[in-house]
Write a protein that binds this ligand. Structure first.
Ligand SMILES: Nc1ncnc2c1ncn2[C@@H]1O[C@H](COP(=O)(O)OP(=O)(O)OP(=O)(O)O)[C@@H](O)[C@H]1O
Length: 250
């Protein structure tokens, strides 16, 4: 179960089958994110990307397959325990609307550290996000969409995750805001978090990550270096339209 945890990938999942009731959505899906790596999971709408993230986060129990964090088999563990193993998921713009920016951040710290440590971590996160710092006492409900995404990412600074999983952070945001968020993800990566990103905008993903998995109909159909894919827009287009037409190489 726990082999060499020091050299183990930050995240790996293999042979994942998952269903919603009688409808199977994932068929033998798997991927690996090495320590320090940023990886994107791309594919057309509805192929199962978010479902795989739910399985990774422990929000959906797979019918089969395994999830490892840092070499530890977490397949049977709760979401809370997975957080204890270094997983942080940023999904949508999930915040507590009636709590202030500072209170939202502190909520995440209290689960993992002391009150003093949390206070310091919150200040460190606010120092990275000046726009949040200026609104620190305002309720999250007053934030713009982009600021709420920043808040969701700022929580990752408080938590200092080993693995940061992000679902569609560019959705509905202006390009300039997305650019700022990408820079922040890059900084979190530099501080030691491996990153798995599900992203509709292929350009956003390719300019950020090192490696890409393409998913179609619940399976991983290709795996490529981001730089290789970025140099071949025709292939990217074909993969996003449906990979089997694109000469896949998983
Ligand atoms: N809670 C649910 N109950 C039933 N079916 C669901 C549920 N969530 C997702 N599905 C279905 O499972 C399939 C995969 O959905 P999923 O959200 O994982 O795809 P996705 O690749 O993330 O899509 P998108 O890029 O559009 O977000 C879709 O057919 C979707 O309709």
């Amino acid at each position: 179960m726990t082999s060499d945890v020091t050299s183990a990938p930050a995240l790996s999942c293999a042979g994942i089958r998952a269903s919603y009731g009688p409808v199977q959505v994932l068929f033998d899906a798997g991927l690996t994110v090495e320590q320090g790596e940023m990886v994107a999971l791309l594919g057309p709408n509805g192929v199962g990307k978010s479902t795989l993230l739910k399985v990774i986060g422990g929000l959906l129990k797979p019918d089969d397959g395994s999830v490892h964090l840092g070499g530890v088999d977490v397949t049977a563990l709760s979401t809370r325990k997975r957080v204890g193993h270094g997983l942080c998921q940023v999904v949508g713009q999930a915040t507590f609307p009636s709590l202030s920016v500072t209170e939202n951040l502190a909520m995440h710290g209290y689960t993992s550290g002391s009150r003093k440590w949390t206070k310091e971590a919150v200040e460190a996160a606010l120092a990275v996000f000046p726009r949040l710092h200026a609104r620190r006492d305002q309720p999250a409900a007053n934030l713009s969409g982009g600021e709420r995404q920043m808040l969701a990412l700022a929580k990752a600074i408080v938590v200092e995750p080993k693995v940061l999983v992000i679902d569609e952070f560019s959705l509905g945001l202006a390009p300039v805001v997305v650019g700022g968020l990408m820079e922040l993800v890059r900084r979190l990566n530099e501080r030691g978090s491996a990153v798995l990103l599900v992203e509709q905008s292929v350009n956003v993903a390719l300019s950020l990550v090192h490696r890409v998995y393409m998913m179609e109909k619940g399976e991983i159909i290709a795996e490529e270096q981001a730089s290789t894919l970025a140099a071949d827009p025709e292939r990217v287009r074909a993969l996003m339209l449906g990979g089997h037409a694109a000469g896949v190489s998983a």
